[in-house]
Write a protein that binds this ligand. Structure first.
Ligand code: HEM
Length: 416
């Protein structure tokens, strides 16, 4: 998705189609969301097949929809690609479960993903990032967007206890689940792509659980942890373990790579920001926050209104699907001064909501932040210059804001 908006132009809100995939590949969504925040903070759209949804685009409304399960439930599904089809995993998959059950499961799983719990991973992540960057810095064309898809596997693969030989296949399957319309990942129709990839991923995790049980030992992995935790009084069922393992895999694989590529592109387009970060490495944590805000890789999440609910100056009827546009909230001028400027020294960048808000706030945020910090520390230390070597190609998805190709040419830094 284009992240630096083009010139403002007239936008007819009655004709805006937020499910038009061209908007995210060749179009320019930010000017559309700018107008929606100003003139239609609650926007209603009916799709040609009759499905309908409401959109909120303002920062405070996005936080309210994502954060208040009493008004907006996660139990019917939270991902727009499933709009109108109730989630069969509700109550079993953490993401599609409301408190209090959600709190029990999340507390049990989350203890292994806190900032303190992932800190010992830093050296391992750094080694993986250094290996990843090596071929990028030899002066030849390097497709960062394509290569970055493998980056989370280097981190979450060992964390989950998934053997390296399976990573490529899992990267492909997770990309199919989140961008089933993109020609790079599509297998037949969008529905078929979704069904195949979802089934294969859950089957993969189920099989791993079986093997781990048969092995009868402990490998210290997150999957082993999932197999041993108790939520409330009972252990997770095998189905819950498989679904939550799948969800962690998905959450990790599909977002971090696009944050990397989008942030690198922002730096390539603004050499003064690149130089500033290189001159002062203490800016890297803020660069990461600004990169998260700027890219908003998880562009939206969905909820269903529990009852008739007033929001954004209008009313969503009971049962209505509400899409909270995170990408828009992160450019809301009421929260971020000059929101379309990419500024690594921005104060308040940490208020970004790229990881969501409230009870479902990204459980992998500490790991993602650690991975991104290490990535940019190493990139800035090792890389003298980066340029584009072709046009970026954007992911064909209204759910994940990302790129499929970002050809760059980078040179090693002479005096690190
Ligand atoms: C830059 C990277 C990432 C971004 C932008 C991101 C974004 C998000 C967002 C917006 C949510 C909230 C969903 C909702 O409200 O319904 C979320 C939840 C989640 N994320 Fe992430 N994520 C990232 C990295 C990760 C990683 C590394 C993992 C795994 C280790 C992960 C696993 C999850 C899981 C399991 C949930 C569901 C949490 C719950 O329902 O309580 N994510 N993520």
């Amino acid at each position: 998705m284009r992240l630096t908006p083009g010139a403002p132009h007239d936008i007819d809100l009655d004709r805006v189609d937020l499910f038009d995939l061209d908007l995210y590949t060749s179009g320019d969504p930010h000017p559309v969301w700018d107008v929606m925040r100003e003139k239609a903070p609650l926007h209603h759209q009916v799709l040609p097949d009759g499905r309908e949804f409401w959109s909120v685009t303002r920062y405070e409304d996005v936080c309210r929809v994502l954060g208040d399960h009493r008004e907006f439930t996660s139990e019917r599904g939270t991902v727009v690609t499933h709009l109108g089809v109730d989630d069969v995993a509700a109550g079993k998959l953490m993401t599609s479960t409301d408190p209090p059950r959600h709190t029990q499961v999340r507390r049990a799983i989350g203890s292994r993903l806190t900032a303190r719990a992932v800190a010992p991973w830093e050296d391992r992540i750094r080694q993986a990032v250094v290996r990843f960057l090596e071929p990028a810095l030899d002066g030849a064309t390097f497709d960062l967007a394509e290569q970055a898809l493998r980056l989370p596997a280097l981190v979450t693969g060992p964390l989950l206890g998934i053997p390296e030989r399976d990573w490529d296949e899992l990267v492909q399957l997770t990309a199919m689940v989140t961008a089933p319309s993109d020609p790079h990942f599509r297998h037949g129709s969008e529905a078929a792509t979704l069904a195949i990839s979802h089934h294969e991923l859950v089957a993969y995790v189920t099989e791993r659980v079986k093997r781990r049980r048969a092995a009868g030992d402990e490998d210290g992995s997150l999957l082993d942890h999932l197999m041993s935790v108790h939520a409330g009084d009972a252990p997770l069922t095998d189905e819950e373990i498989a679904l939550n393992g799948y969800s962690i895999l998905l959450g990790a694989n599909v977002t971090t790579p696009h944050t990397v590529s989008g942030t690198v592109l922002a730096l390539v387009e603004r050499p003064e920001q690149f130089e500033k970060a290189q001159a002062d490495p203490s800016l890297v944590p803020n660069l990461v926050e600004e990169g998260l805000r700027w890219t908003s890789a998880a562009c939206n999440f969905m909820r269903y209104a529990v009852g008739d609910t007033r929001i954004g100056g209008g009313t969503v009827p009971a049962g209505g699907a509400v899409v909270a546009w995170i990408g828009s909230a992160n450019r809301d001028a009421s929260r971020f001064t000059d929101p379309h400027a990419f500024d690594i020294t921005r104060s308040g960048a940490k208020r970004q909501v790229a990881f969501g808000f409230g009870a479902h706030f990204c459980i992998g945020a500490p790991l993602a932040r650690l991975t991104l910090r290490v990535f940019f520390e190493e990139l800035l230390q090792r890389c003298g210059s980066i340029g584009l070597d072709g046009e970026p190609e954007h992911l064909r998805s209204y759910f994940i804001a990302g790129m499929t190709h970002l050809p760059i040419v980078a040179q090693k830094r002479k005096t690190p």
